[in-house]
Design a binder for this molecule. Sequence first.
Ligand code: FES
Length: 149
Amino acid sequence: MSKPFEPKIVAFVCTYCTYAGADLAGTSRLKYPPNIRMVRLPCTGRISPMFILKALQKGADGVLVSGCHPGDCHFTHGNYHARRRWTVFRALLNFTGIPLERIRFSWISAAEGVKFAELISSLTEDIRKLGPFEQYKAMIHETEAPVSL
Ligand code: FES
């Protein structure tokens, strides 16, 4: 008998806010699904759309990008750069064949452990409903054009 599908979700988070929010969720003993593989970066301004493509190419079924709220970035403008980059990348998603529902962008502060746990729960449930993401991996395999960072 095969196991039910459990999505793999890669979360690119900034260390000052969302990572601290995740830490708060953990220390508060809030429950959320264990489907997240967290990649901690200094700021969302460092997150390239290529990271998202690479994660999906390497087997992720969904991706989360999350950092400090606008105005709270520890590097002043990093999250504004990330938001602009996300706006452009979102417009290109149709071209790449990646459904928008597989990628989520959010702001979570260090004080928002509950929000973090709720977001992970809802994202995991949404990706579970979508099922495994094989199309993009198959596409990459066909063209043999791996994404490099
Ligand atoms: Fe958190 Fe810039 S330091 S988004």
